[in-house]
Design a protein around this ligand. Structure first.
Ligand code: GLA
Length: 391
């Protein structure tokens, strides 16, 4: 990877001397979906797939971006004197948004930079290619401009801030946090209310985690995603008339069941139900995993999917088909949609000996019914964003 990136950097921008080489992963969430903006728990892990970047400081105020994934867009040029969203900057609005968000936080860049990136996370698959790019940019800025005060958690928050206020998706903190804080072979049990977290080893004995990409791009995610968020806020406001809570994540199931009648719209009540139950499911799932009870973990993953399909309504036909096919295989311990929804990927826990059977059973039926070629990735859990070397 380094050779390809550095050859491109030299070709486009000249000498590579003093440039830095960096990596930020993608993430997959095992359980705890649509809980992060509700003050609940999530349980994601970083992947070994991710975004690589070579970057170097400039002596003027110009910013130049190039992606080896989108070569046809050429070099995208911006300036520190105009840190605003431009549709024609396309993907470069993500790094630009982070530069803007850094400035808002008091970390202003004195000079511009040149950046070449390459990512191997499938775009639009719900594996956080955008959070990966945001945290990668944050890490590059911290390193090149010596912003030593910024912690990895700060970089996650800055990435989220830029996504919320520059790129227009009102996402929670899960993706950026997992990308920044990931740890090899561990998932992160994060309380999004306090940002306190714990690493849990993902020991699945004779099973593996496999991601299935439906190839349905979750293009609707922004508008529908923001709508779900609003529905949860409405539910919270109504519950707060009777309860002293600051988020839906504060609610245990019994309390929710007792007070849910105050939510006037039945659709809004379903959204709140998902948020409350999913949070409790996540807490239980992590404790099951710690006790080595993988089958309980799988059952909770299945329940998570059913709730996302029926109550939260963020699944789609293709994803439901993948989940149903997976669950029809006896050696599948659990299977669910992962990420923002409306397409993207499923995550399944499958006995290692049945992995080939899993792929060979699902791929042809899925192709026949949808016309789409599903893709499968066996998950290796990797580290969070880090610098690879100075060149
Ligand atoms: C997207 C968002 C996250 C989270 C998930 C759903 O990935 O970026 O903040 O809300 O959806 O769990």
């Amino acid at each position: 990877m380094k050779e390809i990136l550095s050859a491109k950097f030299t070709e486009l921008f000249g000498s590579i001397e003093d440039a830095g080489y960096y990596f930020a992963p993608g993430r997959v969430n095992l359980i705890g979906e649509h809980t992060d903006y509700n003050g609940g728990h999530v349980f994601p892990c970083a992947l070994t797939l991710g975004t690589y970047g070579i970057a170097k400081k400039r002596a003027d105020r110009t910013l130049r971006f190039f992606s080896l994934n989108l070569e046809h867009l050429g070099v995208i040029t911006a300036s520190l004197d105009d840190l605003s969203f431009h549709a024609e900057y396309d993907w470069a609005n993500y790094p630009l948004g982070v530069i803007w968000a850094m400035k808002e936080r008091g970390f202003e860049l004195p000079f511009g930079l040149d950046l070449v990136v390459y990512g191997n996370i499938p775009n639009g698959s719900g594996l956080s290619s955008s959070a990966s790019l945001e945290v990668l940019t944050g890490l590059i800025l911290k390193d090149l401009y010596n912003f030593q005060k910024l912690t990895m958690t700060d970089l996650a928050l800055i990435g989220q801030y830029s996504e919320n206020h520059f790129n227009g998706c009102n996402c929670g903190i899960m993706d950026q946090f997992a990308v920044a804080m990931g740890k090899k072979d561990h998932a992160i049990f994060l309380d999004t209310n306090t940002l306190s977290y714990e690493y849990a080893p993902v020991e699945l004995h004779d099973a593996k985690i496999i991601i299935t990409n439906s190839k349905v791009k979750h293009s609707l995610v922004d508008s529908q995603y923001n709508k779900r968020r609003e529905e949860c806020t409405t539910a919270l406001r109504q519950l707060q008339k009777d309860l002293d809570i600051t988020s839906l994540g504060d609610l245990e199931i019994d309390t929710f069941e007792k007070f849910k009648e105050v939510i006037t719209d039945p659709i809004v009540a379903k959204r709140a139900k998902h948020a409350v139950y999913e949070n409790q499911r996540t807490i239980e799932a992590v404790s099951a995993l710690k006790q080595g009870n993988i089958s309980r973990f799988g059952e909770l993953m299945n329940q998570s999917h059913d709730s996302l399909r029926d109550d939260y309504e963020v699944s789609c036909e293709e994803i439901d088909l993948l989940v149903d096919l997976a669950r029809s295989i006896p050696d599948v311990i659990g299977s669910r949609i992962t990420g923002g929804g409306f397409g993207g990927c499923t995550v399944s826990i499958v006995k290692e000996a049945a992995l080939d059977h899993f792929v060979n059973t699902i791929a042809p039926v899925y192709k026949e019914k949808t016309g789409l070629d599903a893709e499968f990735y066996i998950v290796e859990i990797g580290a969070g964003a880090h610098k690879l070397e100075t060149l």
